[in-house]
Structure formats: structure tokens, C-alpha cells
Design a protein around this ligand. Structure first.
Ligand code: ADP
Ligand code: ADP
Length: 229
């Protein structure tokens, strides 16, 4: 499960300003696509349409052959995990923040997800940065650590579809490399949509789509795009 099809997708936020101008692509279940392009091209809008934060103004988005407008927003969001650019945590333990991915999960499953994302040492800590007093369990998390929490949450949720929204862009190179291996783990066998600025960060995607001003300018594998210059 998890096949994604965009069929001539058109979208605008404001009537007089088209944002997506006829986007066509297909991602087979379990494969990955990277949407690359400059800021403002419409990349995040594509993920919002998949997530049904907004509905298309023309064409259709389908998951497993079904138009997402015919499914409840809730079930669409259930099928999709998201590792956002900046992870916002709840003012509660890391374990709580991970369990949010699947509220009924056992403690052991939460720990296992934390282990896979390599944040298992911290799960009883509370993220610092809230106004409340957290005492000695308070822990200031780095951007990379917050992202690991989001990754663990997604591992626990185990959705067929994963959206990685510039997931490593806010990190330094060392952290980026570490997070990348956790992301590679979690995206294995899941349909994955990666949103990125730079082609160099999406070398392994099965398919790369270069988006410019709401249109597909180019598509291919990393090698094909490099060959074409
Ligand atoms: P990208 O992810 O490629 O940077 P976005 O999809 O975020 O691009 O945005 C595409 C365009 O849509 C931008 O010009 C942006 O200003 C505009 N836009 C994004 N969100 C909204 C919104 N909620 N209302 C109006 N315009 C928006
Ligand atoms: P959850 O809280 O389970 O992650 P949500 O449906 O609240 O599910 O949000 C899913 C993800 O989408 C969140 O990680 C959030 O960062 C991101 N998100 C929420 N609202 C918006 C929005 N208006 N535009 C883009 N991304 C959003």
C-alpha cells in the first residue's frame, strides 16, 4: 500500500495566483520521490495536498487508486507520517512525544522506536524550552535530537507513506549524516516523498522531480539529471 498519483494537479491559495499549474507524477508503493526546487516553487504545497490540509483546485491526488477527496481527512493523515523541518514537541516527556505517533503503543514499542532513532537515553526527560519548571529532568534538545523524536514517532506510527520536509536542512553536516541513516531506515519499504532545496541531498531517491514556479521543469534519477547538466 502507499501508491501516490498526482493527476494534472492544479492549486491556488488566492484565486488570481496559480501555485501548481498541472503536476503529474506517480510513485509506486514503497518507492521514493524527491521534489527539488527553489523556495516558493510549490514543494510544500504538494505535501499539503497529499495530507489534505488543502484540496486541489483542479485534477486529483490519489492514494492507492482512491481520490483523497473521497476519504476522510483523518484516514488520509493516518496513512501518512511526517518528519517536518522543525519539530515542535509537547511539554511532556520524550516518551509521551513519541507515543503520540500511536497512542495505544506499549512501553516496549516506544522504547524500540526510540532505540531505532537513537534517542533511547532521553525518553524520560522533558524537553526544555517551555515556560514551566522542568527541574532536573529538563533537557535542552538540539535540532537533530528533536528530529530524532519526530523520527521515532513516525517509526511507531508506521504509516505506509512518509513525508520528509527538508528534514535535514536545519542541521550541521555531522548531525545531518547521522539523521540521514535513521531516515534511510524509516523510509525503507515505505512510499516516501522528500522535499528538498538541493539535488545533492536526494541522491538516493528513485525519482527526482525538479519543480520551478509550480511546474515540473525536469525529472529523472540523480544520474540522469546530472548527465543533462
Ligand atoms: P516551497 O515549499 O517550494 O518553498 P510553497 O509550496 O511553500 O513553496 O509555496 C509556494 C507559493 O505559495 C509561495 O509563493 C508561497 O508564498 C505561497 N503560499 C504558501 N502558503 C500560502 C498560503 N497559506 N496562502 C497564500 N499563499 C501561500
Ligand atoms: P501530527 O500532529 O500527528 O503530526 P497533524 O495533522 O497535526 O498531525 O500535522 C502533521 C504534520 O504536518 C505536523 O508534523 C506539522 O508539522 C505539519 N503541519 C501542520 N499544519 C501544517 C500546515 N498548515 N502546513 C504545513 N504543514 C503543517
Amino acid at each position: 500500500a502507499g501508491q501516490i498519483v498526482f493527476k494534472d494537479v492544479r492549486f491556488h491559495y488566492d484565486e488570481d495566483r496559480p501555485i501548481l499549474k498541472g503536476i503529474d507524477f506517480e510513485v509506486p508503493a514503497g518507492k521514493s520521490v524527491a521534489i527539488v526546487g527553489p523556495s516558493g516553487a510549490g514543494k510544500s504545497t504538494i505535501s499539503r495536498l497529499l495530507f489534505r490540509f488543502y484540496d486541489v483546485t483542479g485534477g486529483a491526488v490519489e492514494i492507492d487508486g482512491q481520490d483523497v477527496r473521497n476519504v476522510t481527512q483523518e484516514s488520509v493523515r493516518h496513512a501518512i507520517g511526517m518528519v517536518p523541518q522543525d519539530t515542535v514537541l509537547f511539554n511532556d516527556t520524550i516518551a509521551y512525544n513519541i507515543r503520540y505517533g500511536r497512542p495505544g503503543a506499549s512501553e516496549e514499542d516506544v522504547r524500540e522506536a526510540a532505540r531505532m532513532a537513537q534517542i533511547h537515553d532521553f525518553i524520560e526527560n522533558l524537553p526544555k524550552g517551555f515556560d514551566t519548571e522542568v527541574g532536573e529532568r529538563g533537557l535542552k534538545l538540539s535540532g537533530g535530537e528533536k528530529q530524532r523524536v519526530a523520527i521515532a514517532r513516525t517509526i511507531l506510527k508506521s504509516p505506509p507513506i512518509l513525508i520528509l520536509d527538508e528534514a535535514t536542512s536545519a542541521l550541521d553536516t555531522h548531525t545531518e549524516r547521522e539523521i540521514q541513516s535513521a531516515l534511510d531506515q524509516v523510509s525503507k519499504n515505505r512510499t516516501t516523498l522528500v522535499i528538498a532545496h538541493r539535488l545533492s541531498t536526494v541522491v538516493n531517491a528513485d525519482q527526482i522531480i525538479v519543480l520551478e514556479a509550480g511546474e515540473i521543469a525536469e525529472r529523472g534519477t540523480h544520474m540522469e539529471l546530472l548527465d543533462r547538466g
